[in-house]
Design a protein around this ligand. Structure first.
Ligand code: IMP
Length: 436
């Protein structure tokens, strides 16, 4: 059995999409288990750049089956646009896209709640969400008033439930926040029409996946947001509302843990974050701007400039620990090509103590000072390199040190957006698994 998980080790945007796209030809199935249109994966295939939000990045491998699991939340308007765009780009989905009948639906009322809450929050309590209705939809799921894909087939029942929702607390909260919760009839009609267009893709994906596992098919599990945004283990409350870490795979797809053969953690060669919350290595200076410019660090979903900083080894060690990665992929190494000096944070200092792991207290995490170690840059272009052995010695030293700090070896490094700009470390766990 060879089923691996690709999990982001930072605050998202680590370049997971590229790694999934690269590896997906070794797998029969690519399955997504959490998140929704808050995600944005940019995948460059030949001349074309694609921005994906719901659909896993493995979609560009024509033989891969694509699964969107029950742990995801779906905005059907945006999903249909995404499907149309893929169709126009010649990517065929008939017979190979499977959407869980248990996935929850982001209705306009949930999106409005997201906007009302963010609008009313004080500057210090704003999460900086993507305003896609993610939080309220997961909240509705936990509070048991959510609407699942399977609920859309009966328009009458759907309208009854929506009437109760809109006349109940959620509707009241939106009205009090100055918003308009909309009409149940209109939202039921729209969701039902959209269901009709999607019905042929909707199925019991847990059953399907377990049958495929029994047949020996190989599955790639694709994480969306990063582990530091995990609802339980991230920098709460500045997190998203799902379990983004590897632990979310089982509940988000309806499979048992024993079928996951290993986790590949994806990290950027530096740190970025969008939205609010502590980020100990954030740089507000010229180096931060240089990382942003060279790394094109603007959100795929919202266009917001990302906060940038040096690689946070403390946070990375923590996410590696809770995901138990077998290997690490370090993306965007080329962004550091022109830096004379590169820093890695190996500890946090607070009140005269040095911490080797993040604390649960956001207030403390806002106060910690990074303890840096300094590394010489390599001052040369890595984008044209195609073999690990050709990397400059200081770059290899940087990768080795990151592996040492995190506790798992860097197996793969990205030096540009193309599929070919990816170098695998000879003899590593990943190289062995891939047979390269
Ligand atoms: P939400 O997921 O829209 O509720 O946003 C919650 C937090 O997660 C905010 O800080 C967002 O900026 C962040 N977030 C959500 N999705 C992504 C992503 O795909 N990449 C990076 N940050 C994200």
């Amino acid at each position: 059995m060879f089923n691996i998980a690709i999990i982001g080790g930072q605050w998202g945007d680590e370049g997971k999409g590229k790694v999934v796209d690269l590896l997906s030809d070794r797998f029969d199935v690519v399955a997504r288990f959490q998140g929704g249109p808050n995600a944005g994966h940019t995948v460059v295939v030949g001349e074309m750049t694609h921005a994906l939000h719901h659909i896993p990045s493995g979609v560009f491998r024509p033989d891969a089956q694509i699964v969107i699991g029950n742990g995801t939340v779906l905005d059907l308007t945006k999903l249909l646009i995404e499907l149309e765009e893929l169709d126009e780009a010649g990517v065929k989905l008939e017979g190979r896209l499977f959407i869980s009948d248990r996935a929850h639906v982001i209705l306009p009322v949930m999106q409005r709640l997201d906007a009302v809450r963010e609008g009313q929050a004080s500057p210090s309590s704003k999460i900086g969400t993507t305003l896609r209705g993610i939080g309220p939809t997961y909240e509705a799921k936990a509070a048991r008033w959510g609407i699942r894909m399977a609920d859309l087939s009966d328009r009458g029942q759907l309208q009854d439930r929506l009437e109760r929702i809109l006349s109940g607390l959620p509707g009241r909260e939106i009205r009090e926040g100055g918003g308009d919760p909309g009409l149940a009839e209109e939202q039921a009609r729209q969701a039902h029409e959209q269901w009709k267009r999607l019905e042929r893709f909707v199925t019991d994906t847990s059953l399907l996946l377990n049958d495929w596992i029994d047949e020996g098919k190989k599955i790639l599990f694709e994480g969306a947001q990063g582990t530091l945004l995990d609802l339980d283990h991230g920098s709460y409350p500045f997190v998203t509302s799902s379990n983004t870490m590897a632990g979310g795979i089982c509940t988000g797809l309806g499979i048992g843990p024993s079928v996951i053969s290993g986790v590949l953690g994806v990290y950027k060669a530096y740190a970025t974050r969008v939205g609010s919350g502590p980020m100990p290595t954030e740089l507000d200076d010229a180096d931060g701007q240089r990382l942003r410019d060279r790394g094109h660090e603007y959100g795929t979903t919202t266009g917001r400039p990302r906060r940038c900083g040096w690689f946070d080894g403390v946070a990375a060690r923590y996410t590696n620990r809770i995901n138990r990665c077998r290997g690490i992929c370090l993306t965007l190494l080329d962004v550091l090509d022109s830096f004379e000096e590169i820093r890695i944070c190996r500890g946090y200092r607070i009140d005269g103590r040095e911490l080797t792991s993040p604390t649960a207290s956001v207030a403390e995490m806002e106060r910690v000072e990074p303890v840096y170690e300094s590394h010489a840059g390599w001052n040369s272009e890595t984008t044209n390199l195609r073999r690990w052995e050709d990397l400059p010695a200081p770059a290899i030293a940087y990768l080795d040190r990151i592996g040492e700090i995190i506790g798992t070896q860097v197996n793969l490094v990205g030096v540009g957006p193309e599929r070919t700009q990816t170098l695998v470390r000879p003899g590593s766990w990943l190289a062995e698994k891939l047979g390269t």
